[in-house]
Design a protein around this ligand. Structure first.
Ligand code: ATP
Length: 235
C-alpha cells in the first residue's frame, strides 16, 4: 500500500500542493481528477521525486521512501507514464521498450518484451518502426508498454487519453483495466473524469492543490457536485 501524507510542493513562490493525503491500496485503480492547474501532474511528479516536496511523507509498504531519488523510486517499483508520452522519436519501438528496462539487471527482459507484445499486438507488428512516426494512440501504447518493462509495482499515468480519438481512448482504458486485472496498482490522473471514475476503485478530487473530496469511483460519479464541476457536457 502507498500512503501519501501531507504532500506539499512549491514552485518558487507558487504553493502548488497544499497538504495532499492519499492512500492507494495494493491492486487498486485510484484516480485523481481536477481542473487544469489543480496540481494533478505535480502530485505524480512529487511522488516520483521529479519535484522535491517541501513537506510531507511517502510511505510504501510501511517504509518511508520520501527521500529516495527518481532512480531509487523506479527501483522500488514506481513508474510514471508521463503526459505527452515522451517516447524517443528517433528510436524504434524495440529500442524504446529496452530503455524502459534500463534499471533492470535480470535475465527476463526478452520474456517481458514478448509479454508486452501480447498485450499490444500493434507494437509487435511495428517493432522496427521509429517511435516518432507512430500515431498518437500507438505512441500512448508504446509509453505504457515501456513503463511496464520496468516491472513496476505501482504504475502512475498522467492523462493517458489526452488528444486521442474516442475509439482509441476506449482501447487505452481497456488496456488499463487489463493491466490492473493482473494485480498492478495504478494511480491515474485524467481530465476525462467520467472514464477515469468508471474504472476507478477509489478517487480523489483535487482543487488548487488540496484534496476536497474522495470516495469510490461510483460514489463520485453519482455525486451532484462532481457531476456539475467535472462531468458536464464539456468534459
Ligand atoms: P493540467 O491538467 O493542466 O496539466 P494539473 O492539475 O496537472 O493541470 P499541475 O501541472 O500540477 O496541474 O500544476 C499545478 C500548478 O503549479 C499550476 O498553477 C501550474 O502553473 C504550476 N506549475 C506547474 N509546473 C510548474 C513549474 N515548473 N514552474 C512553476 N509553476 C509550475
Amino acid at each position: 500500500m502507498l500512503e501519501i501524507k501531507n504532500l506539499n510542493v512549491h514552485y518558487g513562490g507558487i504553493h502548488a500542493l497544499r497538504g495532499v493525503d492519499m492512500q492507494i491500496k495494493e491492486g487498486s485503480i485510484v484516480t485523481l481528477i481536477g481542473a487544469n492547474g489543480a496540481g494533478k501532474s505535480t502530485t505524480l511528479r512529487g511522488i516520483m521525486s521529479l519535484e522535491k516536496p517541501s513537506a510531507g511523507q511517502i510511505l510504501f509498504n510501511g517504509a518511508d521512501i520520501t527521500s529516495q531519488n527518481t532512480i531509487q523510486k523506479v527501483r522500488s517499483g514506481f513508474t510514471l507514464v508521463p503526459e505527452g508520452r515522451r517516447i524517443f522519436a528517433n528510436l524504434t519501438v524495440y529500442e524504446n521498450l529496452m530503455l524502459g528496462a534500463y534499471t533492470r539487471k535480470d535475465s527476463e527482459i526478452e520474456k517481458d518484451i514478448q509479454w508486452v507484445f501480447e498485450l499490444f499486438p500493434r507494437l509487435k507488428e511495428r517493432v522496427d518502426q521509429k517511435g516518432g512516426t507512430m500515431s498518437g494512440g500507438e505512441q500512448q501504447m508504446l509509453a505504457i508498454a515501456r513503463a511496464l518493462m520496468a516491472r513496476p509495482k505501482v504504475m502512475m499515468m498522467d492523462e493517458p487519453s489526452l488528444g486521442l480519438a474516442p475509439i482509441i481512448v476506449k482501447d487505452i482504458f481497456n488496456i488499463i483495466r487489463e493491466i490492473n486485472s493482473k494485480g498492478m496498482t495504478m494511480l491515474l490522473i485524467e481530465q476525462n473524469a467520467k472514464a477515469a471514475l468508471e474504472i476507478a476503485d477509489y478517487a480523489y478530487v483535487l482543487e488548487t492543490g488540496k484534496i476536497v473530496m474522495e470516495g469510490s469511483g461510483k460514489d463520485l460519479l453519482n455525486d451532484e457536485r462532481v457531476k456539475n464541476a467535472y462531468l458536464g457536457e464539456a468534459h
